[in-house]
Write a protein that binds this ligand. Structure first.
Ligand SMILES: *Cc1c(COP(=O)(O)O)cnc(C)c1O
Length: 425
């Protein structure tokens, strides 16, 4: 059967073993195709009730008693559930702060431990916030370190060898995104972590575009530290708290630069001399926003129930389908593929490039153009980033989005839009 047909996509949707999960999300707009779950995950139907329970019962009725009835441990309990998604022990992960702040805390701890070593390595494809934080740390440590960024020869990926070429015995810290935010290139976590360790460096992986999208096995890869976001594939809601992982045997040695009372050994003793808590809790700083914290749990439960291997299988079927459609109908129109074709090196989104990408995105989003609103992300300068969320993205949506991409260029529908950028793209 012709793959570029609604019928072909529908057959895949019918056979999808995870199809029941879509109904568990608040996705009721028949005129919307949401391909942006990698920027802001959809709302699980269970979440509003859960939050209402926190407001009405835990806060409204139980008031401060709730701190001993589940609030105090919640950062660790939800961390333990996230640990299951990323191949870590329950006491190696905790929910806290934002991804940016967690990167700061762990990278600071790593540089303190690696005193005498001056090189920090990342890459040019990394999320800029991660790079800014490293620059800020270098400033904080008095300009004693240098940051080296691996370059990409194809603008989309960086080989193991290109990272290895930068490693030496002066390397203190290497930090990379497991799945790169623009191209979805997925690093070989195990090999790179091994090479970094051979040189005595510490490895910090940013899992923001990986957690809940691809199977991750931090313990099997002997990873030192990791951080990640919960408002993308974990559907925790706008600005929801991030998580951090520190390998068990490193927890004692590594310290946070923020000595807050929630990371103290016994905060309710109210002693005046800080002693770090035992274990992962020492990476907390202050009181967590309980409402937002609680909102992370429903989708994490769903992901654990569905199983990361099943999710990966569906994600690859969807991205493979999109890439096949790209070659069939989009490439001939001048679109270019900005994502690796080798599935072993691909996360769960697909970037399609076009010199008119910004206006094409505008036309996709405006439902008056072709009857349905397709929401991707535009990423400078020419990326149309299509996020594939295996729990709710369907093959039919991929098909319909491809039809729109095709028609918008073929019929020059993007020319009705301005190239002036919105504040958030
Ligand atoms: C989304 C994302 C972040 C977000 O950081 P915040 O502190 O939550 O704003 C950081 N790093 C990467 C790689 C991301 O994809």
């Amino acid at each position: 059967m012709d793959i570029f047909s609604a019928k072909y996509a529908q057959e895949f949707d019918e056979r999808d073993p995870l199809k029941l999960y879509r109904k568990k999300f608040e996705l009721n707009d028949a005129d919307l195709i949401y391909l942006d779950g990698n920027s802001l995950g959809a709302l699980p139907k269970a979440t509003p009730d859960r939050i209402k329970q926190v407001i009405d019962k835990e806060w409204g009725y139980r008031l401060i008693r709730s701190w001993n009835e589940g609030w105090y441990d919640r950062s660790q309990k939800i961390g333990a559930k996230i640990a299951q998604l990323i191949g870590a022990q329950p006491d190696e992960v905790i929910v806290a702060d934002s991804t940016s702040v967690n990167l700061f805390k762990l990278a600071y701890g790593a540089l303190k431990l690696q005193k005498g070593r001056s090189k920090i390595i990342s890459d040019q494809l990394n999320f800029p916030s991660d790079i800014y934080l490293l620059q800020g740390l270098i400033d904080l440590f008095g300009q004693k370190h240098k940051l080296e960024l691996a370059k990409s020869s194809d603008g989309m990926s960086i080989s193991n060898e290109e990272i290895e070429a930068l490693l030496d015995d002066d390397t203190a810290l290497v930090t990379l995104s497991h799945v790169v935010f623009k191209s979805a290139y997925m690093y070989d976590m195990k090999t790179i972590t091994e090479r970094v360790h051979e040189h005595g460096g510490l490895m910090l992986w940013d899992l923001s575009h990986a957690v809940g999208a691809v199977p991750v096995n931090l313990n099997a890869c002997n990873v030192d530290m990791a951080i990640g976001c919960t408002y993308k594939y974990l559907n925790g809601g706008p600005g929801s708290l991030a998580f951090l992982y520190v390998r068990k045997d490193l927890q004692e040695k590594l310290n946070s630069p923020i000595w807050g009372w929630f990371g103290e050994d016994n905060p309710f003793e109210f002693g005046l001399d800080y002693r770090p808590a035992q274990g992962i809790r020492k990476f907390l700083a202050g009181t967590p926003p309980v409402l937002s914290l609680t909102a992370i749990e429903p989708a994490v439960d769903m992901l654990n129930e569905a199983g990361m291997n099943n999710i990966r299988e569906k994600s690859l079927s969807l991205t493979n389908y999109l890439i096949a459609l790209f070659y069939e109908v989009l490439q001939p129109l001048g679109y270019r593929l900005g994502t690796p074709t080798d599935p072993a090196y691909r996360g769960s989104h697909v970037s399609i490039k076009h010199q008119e990408a910004y206006r094409i995105c505008k036309a996709l989003i405006d439902k008056n153009v072709l009857g349905k609103s397709v929401i991707p992300d535009f990423r400078e300068p020419d990326n149309i980033r299509l996020g594939i969320t295996p729990l709710y993205t369907t093959f039919s949506e991929i098909f319909e989005a491809t039809v729109q991409l095709q028609r918008i260029v073929k019929e020059k529908l993007y020319t009705h839009f301005s190239t002036a950028r919105d504040e958030v793209t």
